[in-house]
Design a binder for this molecule. Structure first.
Ligand code: SF4
Length: 401
C-alpha cells in the first residue's frame, strides 16, 4: 500500500509524499520502498498445490535457503518460516546462518535492507514481493532528512543534535544517522538509545532528532524519560523549515519527525474506552508506535516481543486487549486460548498491515521455485557506501549498555 492512510487527529494529517502518489504495481526500482511490479508468473492463489509446492522448493534448496517470518505475516506464510521474530532479531538470525546463500525475508523492504546490511556479502536477501514496503519508512526520504539537517544548521543547533532512527526506516536514513553520529533503536531499546544520545554532549544542551516515528519518540521521551510534551516539537517535512521557528527548534529537547505507522496510528482513546466498557477487567496492552493518548490510557506498553512475553506469563482466566497488528493478535489469541487466556484485538475495525500482507503464498512459492531453479529474483542489495554508514549506526545500537 503506497497511499498513506491519515487519520483522525490533526497530528496525523500528513500530506502524502510524492512517492505515495505512485501507483502500486508500476515502476521497477528494487532500491526504493515504492510499489513495483513482480516480474514473475505467480501461481494462482487458488492453486490447491501451493503448500506442497512451497514445501518441495524449500526441501530442494535445503540449507541454502533460510526463510525469515516477521510476526505480522499471514499464517499461510509463517508456516514456512525457519524463524519468526521482529525485524532486528530476524536480521541477526540471518547473519548467524552464513551457510544460507539465500535469505528469503517475509516482511517488508526496510527489513530486507537491514538483513542485507547485517549479513555477509555471499548471502543474498530476497523479498518475495517488491511491493511490500512500509508506509512509515516512506515518510522520511533521504532528501527530506538532508533538508531538515540544513534547517537545523541554519538554526545553529546541528552540532547539538544526535539523530536516533527507528529500525523501521530505509537504509538511506540509517546511513544518515550513522554519518551524523547517531544510533538506530528498536521499540525494545528506545529508552537506552535516547539515554546514550543525551550522553553524547552536554546533556542539558543536547537534542535528539528522532526518525521517522513521532509516536515512539514521544512515548519514550515522555513516558520512560520524564520529559514533558512541551520538550517535544514535530518537524513536518512538507512545510518550510519543518513548520517550526528557529526559536522553537532551539527550545526543544526532542525533534520528532512527522511520521507514523498506518496500523498502530489507527488505535484511539475511544478504542481503549470501548474495550474497557465491553470487557470488564480487561488488560490493555499496546505497542509504543500507538499515539500518546492511547499509550497513556493503556495498562502495559511494549514491543511485539514484550507483548508475547507478557501474554506467556499471564495467568489463566486473564483478559487482554492488544493494540498491534491483527495477524499477530489472532495468532496469539489462538495460541493462548487453550490456557484460558482471553485475547481480543483492541479495535473493532480490521487492522492488518496491508504492505506486510503483500507477501502471500503465491509470491513465496514463486520466489522459492525461482531460487530452486537457479534464478535469483527480487534481490534487495544496499550499495556499499550506504551500507557502511548504516552499519555504523546499527553497531552503535549493538553497543548500547
Ligand atoms: S506495521 Fe506499520 S511500521 Fe510495520 S511495516 Fe506495517 S506500516 Fe510499517
Amino acid at each position: 500500500m503506497r497511499v498513506v492512510t491519515t487519520a483522525q487527529t490533526p497530528e496525523l494529517d500528513v500530506q502524502p509524499s510524492p512517492l505515495a502518489l505512485l501507483l502500486l504495481g508500476r515502476e521497477a526500482d528494487p532500491k526504493s520502498e515504492r510499489g513495483v511490479e513482480c516480474p514473475g508468473d505467480l501461481p494462482s492463489p487458488s492453486d490447491p498445490d501451493l503448500v506442497a509446492r512451497a514445501r518441495a522448493a524449500k526441501e530442494k534448496l535445503g540449507d541454502k535457503v533460510f526463510v525469515l517470518g516477521h510476526h505480522y505475516q499471514r499464517d499461510e506464510v509463517i508456516q514456512f518460516a525457519d524463524v519468526t521474530g521482529d525485524s532486528f532479531k530476524l536480521a541477526r538470525d540471518a547473519a548467524a546462518r552464513p551457510e544460507a546463500e539465500y535469505i528469503v525475508f517475509c516482511g517488508v523492504h526496510f527489513m530486507a535492507e537491514s538483513a542485507d546490511i547485517l549479513t555477509s556479502d555471499d548471502q543474498k536477501v530476497v523479498l518475495p514481493d517488491l511491493a511490500a514496503g512500509c508506509s512509515m519508512a516512506d515518510m522520511a526520504t533521504a532528501e527530506q532528512v538532508a533538508e531538515c539537517w540544513d534547517v537545523l544548521t541554519e538554526a545553529g543547533i546541528a552540532e547539538q543534535v544526535v539523530p536516533v532512527s527507528y529500525m523501521n526506516s530505509s537504509a538511506d536514513i540509517k546511513a544518515f544517522t550513522g554519518k551524523h553520529g547517531g544510533t538506530i533503536c528498536t521499540s525494545s531499546n528506545a529508552k537506552r538509545a535516547l539515554d546514550w544520545a543525551f550522553e553524547q554532549g552536554e546533556p542539558s544542551a543536547t537534542k535528539v532528532l528522532f526518525l521517522p516515528d513521532q509516536h515512539l519518540g514521544r512515548n519514550t521521551a515522555v513516558r520512560d524519560m520524564g520529559m514533558s510534551l512541551d520538550d517535544c516539537v514535530v518537524y513536518n517535512p512538507h512545510k518550510p523549515n519543518g513548520g517550526l521557528t528557529a526559536d522553537e527548534l532551539r527550545a526543544a529537547k526532542m525533534i520528532l519527525w512527522r511520521g507514523h505507522c498506518s496500523v498502530h496510528g489507527r488505535f484511539s482513546l475511544d478504542s481503549v474506552n470501548d474495550v474497557r466498557a465491553r470487557i470488564p477487567g480487561v488488560n490493555v496492552l499496546v505497542h509504543p508506535e500507538c499515539r500518546h493518548e492511547v499509550v497513556a490510557a493503556a495498562d502495559h506498553v511494549g514491543s511485539t516481543e514484550y507483548i508475547i512475553k507478557t501474554l506467556e506469563a499471564a495467568p489463566a482466566g486473564s483478559k487482554w486487549a492488544i493494540g498491534t497488528e491483527l495477524n499477530l493478535v489472532r495468532r496469539l489469541a489462538n495460541r493462548f486460548a487453550p490456557e484460558g487466556k482471553e485475547i481480543v484485538f483492541l479495535d473493532r475495525t480490521v487492522c492488518f498491515c496491508s504492505t506486510m500482507n503483500r507477501i502471500d503464498l503465491p509470491h513465496l512459492v514463486w520466489a522459492l521455485e525461482s531460487l530452486a531453479e537457479g534464478n535469483l529474483v527480487n534481490r534487495i542489495e544496499v550499495d556499499k557506501e550506504t551500507e557502511a554508514f548504516a552499519k555504523l549506526a546499527l553497531e552503535r545500537m549493538l553497543a548500547l549498555p
